[in-house]
Design a protein around this ligand. Structure first.
Ligand code: KG4
Ligand code: ZN
Length: 360
């Protein structure tokens, strides 16, 4: 089955083509193309994504990105529509002016090509992204049974969720953030520190400059010991703001690596601690991490270290780095799983709409 994926929920315009072959005992996933055009440079000067600018950029970029993805997937082919079996497009959650561009484009293709279309939950895309290979990967069904049930930590700019997945397509939310998302916390913290957008990679880079000397301050680890699986990150941003207000101007710069380091430690400590608690309570076979923040190396290292310390012998799955941020390969992948598990439902362009607040 060949799936065309389209993603425009935030500030990346992305199109991908995936080939997924189901055999009796295995699934072979092949990424035929995966093109992402980022608007980060444009939004950077505003310190975050401006929805109406994102809308304009998606409108301009999507046809170009689409053409590239199609040409890479089918270099010498003229009849493209005959090759595509399913169109998968992000339905939400996301910014409405952004979502609408991808959805209108996908619906038009579905109408013109007379192909089924499926609206995909962006978060489910992040959830399946750990399965995506660089090019091609065969996964035996026996391997799936070693992965699930799993605890999934989905950490992006808009969401922080802890999820129990009994199967790849069967999920239950255990907890989520009550205010800011982990990525948002990185972004807001970076802005306070005078670092660039997106804040996650900027804080990670700054934290690396920290010498490792003892810190003259400590940030809270919000909700780390509560009996639920919810998160709260807005207090952490306030703690950083108050610390910065206390410091004389010249000290702010000198202590910036230390502040970034401790800020990153606080976020990653909470994420790892809560995920491992859920993992122990639900006796799962693996931990799956996805979303933009899953690119964070400190988070990855901390998981490995803490799992060793707690003697937890579950699998730990992260996506390849280029599938951590928004991309359309993950949308095609999630679209495939939703479609094969629900193929009797009508998948037509007539009824598909954007749902900015779609929940997992
Ligand atoms: O999943 P994503 O690309 O878009 C959304 O769906 O929101 O996530 C973007 C978020 C941003 O907040 C960005 O700062 C964060 O992911 N991020 C990181 C890193 N790379 C991106 N956070 C921490 N460390 C990173 N290396
Ligand atoms: Zn995302």
């Amino acid at each position: 089955m060949i799936i065309l994926g389209i993603e425009t929920s935030c500030d990346e315009t992305a199109v991908a083509v995936l080939k997924i072959d189901k055999k009796q005992d295995s699934l072979t996933i092949q990424v035929l193309s995966n093109v992402v055009s980022s608007q980060v440079a444009i939004h950077r000067k505003y310190g975050g994504v401006v929805p109406i600018i994102a809308n304009r950029e998606h409108t301009k970029n999507l046809p170009v990105v689409f053409k590239q993805a199609i040409q890479r997937a089918f270099p010498n082919s003229k009849s493209i529509s005959s090759k595509i079996d399913l169109i998968a497009v992000t339905q939400g959650p996301g910014l409405l002016p952004s979502l609408l561009i991808g959805i209108s484009f996908a619906r038009t293709l579905s109408w013109a090509w007379q192909k089924p279309i499926i609206g995909v939950n962006h978060l489910r895309g992040h959830l399946v992204s750990f399965l995506l290979p660089e090019r091609k990967r065969k996964i035996k069904f026996t391997e799936f049974s070693k992965i699930f049930p799993a605890i999934c930590l989905l950490v992006s700019g808009g969401h922080t969720l802890l999820v129990l997945a009994s199967k790849i397509n069967k999920v239950k939310i255990l907890g989520e953030t009550r205010d800011d998302a982990a990525g948002e916390c990185f972004d807001k913290g970076a802005r306070l520190l005078g670092l660039s957008y997106p804040g996650g990679p900027a804080i990670a880079r700054e934290a690396k400059k920290f010498s490792g000397r003892e810190l003259p301050f400590h940030f809270p680890r919000p909700m780390i010991d509560t009996a639920d699986y919810d998160f709260s990150f807005s207090g952490l941003k306030t703690a950083l703001l108050y610390k910065l207000r206390q410091l004389p101007e010249e000290k702010k710069k000198e202590l910036r690596p230390a502040l970034a380091y401790e800020y990153q430690e606080a976020i990653t400590d909470v994420l790892v601690h809560k995920t491992l608690s859920a993992c122990q309570e639900y006796q799962v076979r693996s931990i799956i991490v996805g979303g933009g923040v899953s690119a964070n190396q400190r988070l990855r290292d901390k998981f490995v270290k803490q799992m060793k310390k707690k003697n937890l012998s579950v699998r730990l799955m992260f996506p390849l780095l280029h599938y951590t941020g928004d991309n359309a390969a993950m949308i095609a992948g999630a679209g495939y799983f939703a479609y094969i598990n629900n193929s009797r439902e009508k998948h037509t362009w007539k009824t598909l709409d954007a749902q900015a607040n779609l929940s997992l």
